[in-house]
Design a protein around this ligand. Structure first.
Ligand code: IPM
Ligand code: MG
Length: 371
């Protein structure tokens, strides 16, 4: 972008936004700093007034207040223009299934409270990382998938039960028609702006919720006759995704299937450390890496900050409508990769040792490319 273009964008598109940063747990603390720094730099460069506030959630919030989502955090979230989140969880709870208060409850509650029913997970494959994946480069090259994962329904939020004698447990999987409709519309609208192909993934050969899902998607598909719609069972989709990922474009699926399928799909992009996500719905948008808190590497300057930085790019694009700025962030990430810089998770046996960076050094490299 030249000076005239920057001046022009300043005149027509100056923005004032309050961004809430919730670093959360584990490596969330280290990577979110870089998403924030990128937003600060973009703000300065383009003349947007981004102000930042911070709040706690997850294990750190349980330690401080006993509650994984303190009221104060929820209030700040509701009154902010967008949220940059890090990660949630702690090994301590993973090994203690009987714990009643759990970090993840904070994340699920904030999704529900903010009405964040659509989780967008783009599988952005940088050419430089074709050899970082365990899949063959020729299978991967050209892959570009956008997942729409439903986020506030399904077995995640259905009634949970445990019998008194402790010999039985159940989680209710349920969907309302309107819940399927609203995310389906979002996915079809996105398909229209891409290659006009949508694949809806379910388990309609077994599950009643999936039969409702498929029925509703079939009905809505009639309103988008220009989009080629396909339906696939989850087990088949999981297989096709590694066999021939290029066959997918927009993928629409339910909460649990989307959770699993997008972790699988992250391997297309080389690493979980590369994947960003946007959760949108009724109000404030919520942007977060898809990776977890990774306590095994937390505090060691090893985590990949790129997913947080790319989450910041999604915020600029989706919540603020700042496409030029978002593109600049994505290009800065691509430039850092092109220059050969890697964090451990995206390095391979051929990466020279002096090109493998820590979290901070990688974040600083990306900042350098935002001139
Ligand atoms: C994700 C995570 C969460 C989920 C966990 C941390 C509750 O895995 O965002 O994909 O299952 O939704
Ligand atoms: Mg997950």
């Amino acid at each position: 972008m030249n000076t005239i273009e920057i001046l022009h964008s300043k005149i027509i598109n100056l923005m004032k936004k309050n961004i809430l940063v919730i670093p959360g747990d584990g490596i969330g603390q280290e990577v979110t700093i870089w998403g924030k720094k990128v937003l600060e730099k973009i703000g300065q460069k383009y003349g947007h007034e981004f102000s930042f506030d911070e709040a706690i959630m997850g294990h750190v919030a349980i330690e401080a207040t006993g509650n994984p989502l303190p009221d104060e955090t929820l209030e700040k979230a509701k009154s902010s223009d967008a949220i940059l989140f890090g990660a949630i969880g702690h090994a301590k709870y993973d090994n203690d299934p009987s714990a009643k208060v759990r970090p993840e409850q904070g994340l699920l509650k904030i999704r529900k409270e903010l009405g964040l029913y659509a989780n967008l997970r783009p599988i952005l494959l940088f050419d430089e990382l074709l050899d970082a994946s365990s899949l063959k480069p020729e299978v991967l090259k050209g892959t570009d998938i956008l997942f729409f994962r439903e986020l506030t329904g399904d077995v995640y939020f259905g009634e949970k039960n445990r019998s008194e004698d402790n010999n039985f447990a159940s989680d209710l999987m349920n969907y309302n028609r309107y819940e399927v409709e609203r995310i389906a519309h979002k996915a079809f609208e996105a398909a229209r702006t891409r290659s006009k192909k949508l694949c809806s993934v379910d388990k309609a050969n077994v599950l009643e919720t999936s039969r409702l899902w498929r029925e509703v998607v079939q009905e809505i598909a009639k309103q988008y006759p220009d989009v080629e719609t396909e339906h696939m069972f989850i087990d088949n989709a999981a297989m096709q995704l590694v066999k021939n990922p290029k066959k997918f474009d927009v993928v629409l699926t339910a909460n649990l299937f989307g959770d699993i399928l997008t972790d699988e799909a992250s391997q297309i992009a080389g690493s979980m450390g590369m994947l960003a996500s946007a959760s949108i719905g009724d109000g404030t948008g919520f942007f977060e890496p898809i990776h977890g808190s990774a306590h095994d590497i937390a505090g060691q300057n090893k985590a990949n900050p790129l997913a947080s930085i790319l989450s910041a790019a999604l915020m600029l694009d989706i919540s603020f409508g700042l496409q030029t700025e978002a593109k600049e962030v994505t290009e800065a990430v691509a430039a850092a990769l092109k220059a050969g810089w890697r964090t451990g998770d995206i390095a391979n046996a051929n990466t020279p040792a002096d090109k493998i960076l820590g979290t901070q050094e990688m974040g600083a490299q990306v900042l350098e490319f935002i001139k």
